[in-house]
Ligand binder design. Structure first.
Ligand code: HH2
Length: 276
């Protein structure tokens, strides 16, 4: 039986892996800050990501890189709302990448079909925004807060603890009325995790997949790829990003979040034919 991820008016088939294209409307994101921080260049970039095969457009207005300055909800909304409005009603669902319930609410009203909350729906107000709409949700695990999350993160068993948290948060959402087929989970690579924690999560990804929700993996350009390869410049971490995406999909990930959409789509197409 085919599985789907229900996101507002979209029913995304999970028979093939989906690429979520990253559109950061920020001046300070770790890998592409400042490249698309005015609405005109953000829209051009989003159009390009769709043309390259993005199945979802993930629009974010606040950088969550370690040590980033928090942003007010009003300032975040001013950045993202025009871009969300432009792509709402296009051929692919718009995902709003935010930790703020107010921003999520306004973007859902402007036509977003997915709420991608890196704080994992800890805020009751965010759960209520999800429950009072029909959008899809991404529940991500983050240890602590962006400002301090990389200060000596510790786990006894990172995979069990992250998996347990994701299951608990998915249960909270379901209890509030969010249908199970609207929920995807994400172990949150780099969010309160050392290199070893990230590797353990990727190596034991099937344990997260077994929880029964579609799994999203976002390794693209992340620092741990630089730690492995010695490549300092995030935009030059394409090879590592592609391998992490292929690895994740071959171990059951349903969605990969990527900056380099065309190259990721191409790699997944070849992997899929080889696996036939
Ligand atoms: N990582 C980032 C942002 N959003 N969403 C999910 N679901 N999972 C992730 O791992 C994730 C995410 C950070 O990456 P990026 O958007 O490239 O950078 P920044 O936070 O600096 O804008």
């Amino acid at each position: 039986m085919s599985r789907v991820w229900v996101c507002g008016g979209f029913e995304l088939s999970l028979d093939r892996p989906l690429v979520m294209g990253i559109l950061n409307v920020t001046p300070d994101s770790f890998s592409d800050g400042g490249q698309h921080d005015d609405p005109t260049s953000a829209v051009l970039w989003g159009e390009r990501l769709i043309a390259e095969g993005a199945a979802i457009l993930d629009i974010g207005g606040e950088s969550t890189r370690p040590g980033a300055e928090p942003l007010s909800a009003a300032a975040e909304l001013a950045r993202v709302r025009p871009v969300v409005g432009r792509f709402a009603g296009d051929s692919v669902p718009v995902s709003i990448d935010t930790r703020h319930a107010e921003v999520a609410r306004a973007c859902v009203d402007a036509g977003a079909s997915i709420i991608n909350d890196v704080s994992g729906f800890r805020d009751r107000a965010m759960v209520e925004v999800a429950a009072s709409s029909n959008v899809g949700v991404v529940v991500m695990h983050m240890l602590g807060e962006p400002g301090t999350m990389q200060d000596d993160p510790r786990y006894d068993d990172v995979v069990r603890e992250v998996g347990g948290y994701l299951l608990a948060q998915a249960t909270v959402l379901e209890a509030a009325g969010v249908a199970r087929n609207r929920i995807a989970i994400d172990p949150g690579l780099g969010f309160g995790k050392t290199l070893e924690h990230n590797l353990e999560l990727l190596r034991r990804l099937p344990e997260i997949v077994e929880l029964g929700y579609p799994v999203l993996i976002a390794a693209s350009r992340k620092r741990f790829l630089g730690q492995i390869t010695g490549v300092e410049e995030p935009a030059e971490r394409l090879g590592g990003s592609i391998e992490a995406a292929l690895w994740a999909v071959s171990r059951g990930a349903a969605v990969v979040r990527a900056h380099d959409v065309g190259a990721t789509v191409q790699a997944l197409a070849v992997a899929s034919v080889l696996a036939e």
